[in-house]
Design a protein around this ligand. Structure first.
Ligand code: HEC
Length: 395
């Protein structure tokens, strides 16, 4: 595809994906908050079947919200459903996956240094991961495991971490991460489509027939929306981490991912408890401490100073960077895949290279994820020579 067109489609899809995700997650946060904040209503409301009462003020108006124990006697003419936020988030996300990781499989999905997959095989593995992962989640939801919220969460955490480990051996680091995020997102959207919506339809149908709705419908839907709620922060964090190579690019990136899921779900727990009036600040504090500890543990070891060879001269170093990087990072790249300078970064002139030294240090010496998938085959010796040269150049 024409790279210019590709970028615009990518920008549009990403924009829509973020906007719909905000709407979806915003609604999820709001309703969990609502549910946890409801108070016992006065007697006259209880007599009408109302079990939860809430008053709020927003945008210059008062709102009175009532939650029915089961259902109102009559279904009102207008009943608002919340599903398109979820569906459109998933659809735009899947389209982005196709555009970036399937059409662009050679660049982003396949890492020939790990497994030299064909595009078709790589795409099949990706689709199987998403579908198979969802089937396993669904099976777990129908097993006795579902009775224990904590147990269920821990089992999912272990399974996802193992899956990240497996994918890390097959796909590029970045793709391995993204697939975990995509799988969690898929399960969340599937929860809406296959459990929450049908439960709600059954609830409405029962009320319309004048029957007492089976409370199991409500319980089932509620459980899945709690799952979705705990998944929100992990999924957001995983999506953002794709811009930070010190996470996915780490040698134990899959383990880092497990830690991220644990820490972010734990942070979510603080808010869920708080809405119920239980304030345990140490949960949030410990999440921040764990986050800082993670950053500390992942800190790159100071690269061994180059003692074996002589320091590169400026001219040699610049030539090395041009040689290893300018096939992509140039006004006119020669790379077969990247025909436009990635991230707008170009190293055609000495001045450009000098301006970019701190970022070159970050990506080549610390996270070591440039050259991209080491496509231009920079050796360890060259890396340590550059490390030495840059360390001397930078103040
Ligand atoms: C095969 C193509 C390719 C080669 C070769 C390559 N890069 Fe990149 N580079 C990319 C892509 C794709 C991105 C954008 C995605 C990203 O940031 O990970 C990028 C982004 C960057 C960024 C901008 C993001 C940031 O962290 O500020 C820097 C800096 C960078 N590369 C440095 C280098 C250096 C230095 C080399 C040579 C040692 C190099 N790259 C070689 C493909 C390449």
């Amino acid at each position: 595809m024409d790279p210019y067109l590709n970028d615009w489609i990518s920008l549009l899809l990403r924009f829509l994906h973020v906007v719909t995700a905000i709407a979806w997650i915003g609604a999820s946060f709001y309703f969990i908050w609502l549910d946890n904040t409801l108070q016992t209503p006065p007697k006259w409301k209880q007599d009408k079947g109302v079990s939860g009462d809430l008053w709020a003020i927003h945008g210059g108006g008062f709102y009175e919200v009532a939650k029915y124990r089961l259902a109102p006697e009559q279904i009102p003419d207008t009943l608002h459903w919340f599903k398109w936020e979820a569906y459109s988030t998933w659809i735009t996300g899947f389209l982005l996956l196709i555009l970036i990781y399937y059409i662009g499989a050679d660049a982003y999905l396949i890492d020939p240094n790990k497994v030299d997959l064909s595009q078709t095989t790589a795409i099949l593995i990706s689709l199987t991961t998403l579908a198979g992962g969802w089937v396993i989640y669904e099976a777990a939801c129908r097993s006795p495991l579902i009775q224990s919220g904590l147990g269920f969460g821990l089992v999912m955490l272990v399974l996802l971490t193992l899956l990240a480990w497996g994918l890390d051996h097959i796909f590029s680091d970045r793709a391995a991460y993204l697939h975990i995020g995509a799988l969690i997102g898929t399960c969340m959207a599937a929860n809406v489509l296959t459990v929450i919506m049908p439960s709600q339809r059954a609830l409405v149908a029962a009320v319309e027939k004048g029957e007492t709705p089976d409370p199991r419908f409500g319980l089932n839907a509620k459980r899945r929306s709690v799952h979705n709620n705990y998944a929100t922060l992990p999924v957001l964090f995983i999506m953002l981490s794709n811009h930070y190579p010190m996470t996915y690019g780490h040698e134990y990136g899959w383990l880092v991912l497990g830690c991220i899921i644990l820490i972010t779900a734990w942070a979510r727990h603080f808010f869920n408890l708080r809405h119920q009036g239980v304030v345990k600040p140490w949960i949030l504090i410990s999440a921040f401490v764990a986050f800082a500890a993670l950053a500390w543990v992942l800190m790159p070891q100071s690269t061994a100073q180059n003692t074996t060879t002589e320091r590169l001269s400026d001219r040699q170093a610049i030539a090395l960077i041009k040689d290893k990087c300018a096939s992509c990072h140039s006004q006119s790249p020669s790379d077969d895949v990247f025909t436009v300078a990635p991230a707008g970064v170009t190293y055609d002139t000495e001045q450009e290279i000098l301006n970019w030294l701190p970022r070159i240090q970050a990506r080549v010496i610390m996270s070591k994820d440039m050259p991209f998938m080491n496509k231009t085959q920079m050796t360890e010796l060259q890396r340590s020579q550059l490390a030495d040269w840059i360390a001397n150049k930078l103040p």
